[in-house]
Write a protein that binds this ligand. Structure first.
Ligand code: FPP
Length: 253
């Protein structure tokens, strides 16, 4: 866990070792607002602006997939006013920023229980996916009404159904089949994040990508999401570049 208070030029990034898939748990909106005597939704509003800026920075750095945890299956337990505001954010965001996303060749994708979102949110999400489907630069992947337990249970049901229908034998079930049954399947070789960032100083996964993060590097940044900027992102990547990923093996001599 660290604070970013050093100038950007301190982070000499190795452009040949930029993480391909970066996943971010955007945390701290509520505390950011509270500190300013503002309602919690003011933190989410500012957080949305940060999504726009970090998307551009990530795309400029050459990241291939940026997955953002925007709403979890547990976030429905928040007060109605906050849930309604959060459900309106995708529409606000896409109405305002889709032209910029297209200009930057960014393709929008969404993973989660989309069918259970309010109609307006669903329409906005599907429109953004459709409007950007011709972009072949960075994938901006929103986790919306997403929960890893829910995702894994759905995958188990899909696989079990094949066994029940006689299409598959139990001993044919392997890691690859589970990969293909998860919501990240269509990210192909980029499905598993190389780097997981959580902002605001909290250090837990909160039901996010539990299978996919098995060998990811975790970086916890004290900055609250509404204050997070491209320097923070560069610092997190710098930290990543100074880790030695061994994937269960041993360090190369
Ligand atoms: C967690 O902070 C944040 C969320 C649950 C929502 C994150 C959403 C955004 C940053 C905006 C998303 C934008 C789009 C375009 C969908 P918290 O509210 O739990 O903060 P706290 O821990 O300080 O209370």
């Amino acid at each position: 866990m660290f604070n970013i208070n050093r100038p950007t030029e301190k982070y000499q990034l190795d452009l040949d070792n930029i993480p391909k898939h970066v996943a971010i748990i955007m945390d701290g909106n509520g505390r950011w607002a509270k500190k300013r005597h503002l309602p919690r939704i003011a933190g989410h509003k500012q957080g949305m602006e940060v999504v726009k800026k970090i998307t551009k920075s990530a795309s400029d750095l050459g990241i291939k997939v940026l997955t953002l945890y925007a709403f979890s299956t547990e976030n429905w337990h928040r007060p109605d006013k906050e849930v309604n505001y959060l459900m309106g954010l995708p529409e606000k965001f896409f109405n305002k920023f889709v032209p910029d996303l297209i200009k930057n060749n960014v393709q929008v994708r969404v993973m989660g229980e989309i069918d259970n979102l309010p109609n307006n949110t669903k329409l906005a999400v599907n429109k953004a996916i459709n409007d950007t489907k011709g972009c072949d630069g960075m994938i901006l992947n929103f986790a919306l009404n997403y929960g890893s337990h829910d995702e894994i249970v759905t995958a188990i049901k899909k696989i079990s159904k094949k066994v029940q229908d006689g299409e598959l034998k139990i001993n044919e079930i392997d890691t690859e089949m589970v990969d293909h049954s998860l919501m990240t399947a269509d990210l192909n070789s980029f499905a598993n994040p190389d780097l997981l960032i959580r902002t605001s100083g909290e250090e837990r996964l909160s039901n996010f990508l539990l299978w996919q993060l098995a060998y990811s590097e975790f970086v916890f940044d004290d900055t609250k999401w509404p204050d997070y900027d491209s320097n923070n992102l560069k610092a997190c990547i710098y930290e990543y570049q100074n880790r030695h990923r061994r994937f269960g093996g041993i360090k190369n001599k």
